[in-house]
Write a protein that binds this ligand. Structure first.
Ligand SMILES: NC(=O)c1ccc[n+]([C@@H]2O[C@H](COP(=O)([O-])OP(=O)(O)OC[C@H]3O[C@@H](n4cnc5c(N)ncnc54)[C@H](OP(=O)(O)O)[C@@H]3O)[C@@H](O)[C@H]2O)c1
Length: 347
């Protein structure tokens, strides 16, 4: 466990405190940075605080504001009690991400549902948490068989668990885990009077403080890196959902905080700023970064020419949120340099 002293410029009494689970991760690290910049005191959890290589960015973030790092594991009941104690908001970002697990039912689905409820029980025990913001995924919204095109999916849309379990497409455990954890979280929140808001982000793009990013970043850079396993993730998204939808990490983190602070926010929120396709991304990258020799003629034959499905963030926008990064150019702005720093792309 390590921590920093409060910034003397802001008295402790004025600060709100937020817990972010999964501070070692890509999104968690970016959310912590934004919360600290916004004047929050932050408590975050990592599985292994002694792993200095993995957590060095958290030491650096302590220069921005008061950040406490605590050990917690989703698999251990009560593990998050200390992390959420005294917090105004709890951002549930940590989740099992081993999408290639040989036992997805146990390691992804069961672990995600149990882990989410575990943190929520800690929130109830804390008695101070005014809002829980759960990071789910568009994988819980759009992974369902839809014929034809022109579909617009809002928050009423749920991925089809029966279809996924019966057909077992690649990485099927991930969307199933997100649907089931959302439903259990919602049931638990109602039962215990917790104010819960759920965010369903699409593939996240952009630079974060974390020195390792194994989720969306290798996939959205796979056109440039040539990493076929990472490209397969993008291909699965397009085939399974009918589009590749993107959001910049800064917009996502601003949406997380917006939904924590907006008293009237309720239910699920899609978070997508652009609905596109593999072909459109490949063409954009080939044009903007000719040095990577992206071969747009060599894409698999079954990629989409245009999105069949649009993930709508109209609810988020209607309630006052504005996306800052809307075009491929804006969304991809700093992720190339980040990819180089992570060793995903050559320098
Ligand atoms: N990246 C995206 O495009 C995207 C899109 C939609 C939704 N999301 C969701 O956003 C959240 C964060 O994703 P990410 O992209 O930031 O992934 P990430 O970099 O892999 O971060 C996942 C975090 O969860 C933690 N974690 C995993 N298993 C845990 C356990 N048993 N106990 C405690 N902590 C555990 C990890 O800790 P360790 O470092 O110890 O492994 C890590 O901090 C996830 O819920 C993900 O489903 C991501």
């Amino acid at each position: 466990m390590f921590g920093s002293q409060a910034d003397p410029a802001m008295s402790a009494a004025k600060r709100k405190t937020a817990c972010v689970t999964g501070g070692s991760g890509y999104i968690g690290s970016a959310l912590i940075k934004l919360l600290l910049e916004d004047g929050y005191a932050v408590k975050t959890t990592v599985r292994n605080p002694d792993d200095t290589a993995k957590n060095s960015h958290l030491k650096e973030l302590q220069a921005i504001g008061p950040l406490q790092v605590l050990r917690a594991n989703l698999d251990e009941e009560g593990s998050f009690d200390e992390a959420v104690a005294g917090c105004d908001y709890a951002f549930l970002v940590a989740a099992p991400m081993n999408i290639r697990s040989k036992d997805p039912e146990k390691e992804l689905v069961e672990a995600a549902v149990k882990g989410t409820l575990n943190v929520m029980r800690s929130c109830v025990r804390a008695g101070t948490v005014k809002r829980v913001v759960l990071t789910s995924s568009a994988a819980a919204v759009a992974t369902r068989p839809l014929e034809g095109d022109g579909h617009v999916l809002d928050e009423d849309s749920w991925s089809d668990v029966d279809y996924l379990k019966a057909t077992r497409p690649p990485f099927w455990g991930y969307p199933v885990s997100k649907v089931l954890l959302e439903k259990e979280a919602s049931r638990f929140a109602q039962e215990h009077g917790l104010s819960l808001v759920t965010l369903c982000p699409v593939a996240v793009v952009g630079e974060a403080p974390a020195g390792k990013a194994d989720s969306s970043v290798p996939a959205i850079l796979s056109f440039l890196s040539g990493d076929q396993a990472a490209f397969a993730v993008l291909k699965t998204i397009e085939m399974g959902t009918g589009c590749v939808a993107l959001v910049h990490i800064d917009d996502l983190c601003r949406a997380e905080i917006f939904l924590a602070e907006e008293a009237a926010a309720a239910g699920r929120y899609n978070c997508a700023s652009l609905n596109t396709t593999i072909v459109e991304i490949a063409r954009f990258l080939a044009h903007k970064y000719p040095q990577y020799n992206v071969n747009t003629d060599n894409l698999p034959g079954d990629v989409l020419k245009k999105p069949r499905v649009c993930l709508s963030s109209a609810k988020l926008v209607r309630e006052g949120f504005e996306f800052e990064y809307k075009t491929l150019d804006e969304i991809y702005d700093n992720v190339i340099e980040y990819g180089k720093a992570l060793g995903i792309l050559p320098n």
